[in-house]
Design a protein around this ligand. Structure first.
Ligand SMILES: [Zn+2]
Length: 219
């Protein structure tokens, strides 16, 4: 089941405090409508009762597709603290085992840490395609033609959806306000992933913790 609680949130536009239904955990099999909302970008998006502008509630929650995936989704603004959040997510998962979640549900479960709903959506799109996230992150480096992972830091290439054999990405550059769009053939990623056209060392670095993201390679 999915868990929501009424909590006070603050509108980022006008500062008005208001009580909203805030997600704490989402079970996509029991709540397919929330799964669809994450894919469409409308999940936890609300309209301020005072200034009427829309905003996304950035409260952390768990996306629990047991026994396959345990994804801790934090606010997009917390990405700098990924090391601490990784540790926290690992502890929460370990405690869930102690607290009596059936062992069979947690054995072999894949833990991921993501920051922001766009990052969560990217993982869900990959799951639908049956592709590993390590391959996508390595593919992003290849797309950017950046041999050195550290130089990829200023760019945020984010997979948004797959449509008729095309992968649609958004590209956010910190110095530019607008988000650019880019489409690439799905076949290119399939060839890259299935052919394992990336080094073992890069794969090892990307999968060194549950935050499988190029940002973990940046010192
Ligand atoms: Zn407001």
């Amino acid at each position: 089941m999915s868990v929501f609680r009424d909590e006070e949130v603050v509108c980022p536009h006008c500062g008005k405090e208001q009580v909203r239904s805030v997600a704490h955990s989402i079970n996509p099999r029991r709540s397919p409508q929330h799964y669809q909302e994450i894919l469409s970008g409308s999940f936890q998006r609300v309209r301020c009762e005072s200034c009427e502008q829309s905003f996304v509630i950035g409260h952390p929650f768990l996306f629990l597709d047991l026994p396959h995936w345990w994804i801790a989704c934090y606010g997009a603004g917390e990405a700098q603290e990924w090391r601490a959040r990784e540790q926290e997510a690992q502890e929460v998962l370990a405690e869930a085992g102690v607290a009596g979640l059936p062992h069979g549900l947690l054995q072999g479960i894949k833990l991921r840490v993501v920051f922001g709903l766009e990052a969560l959506r990217e993982k869900l799109v990959l799951m639908q395609l049956g592709l590993p996230d390590v391959a996508l992150e390595a593919f992003k480096l290849c797309v950017e033609k950046r041999a050195d992972p550290r130089s990829a830091a200023p760019y945020r290439l984010r997979l948004e959806r797959e449509l008729q054999g095309q992968l649609h990405f958004s590209i956010q550059h910190p110095q530019a306000r607008e988000v650019a769009q880019r489409a690439l053939p799905l076949a290119a990623l399939l060839e890259y992933a299935h052919g394992r056209l990336f080094s073992r060392e890069l794969a090892r670095q990307l999968a060194a913790g549950p935050y499988v993201d190029l940002a973990r390679l940046v010192p």
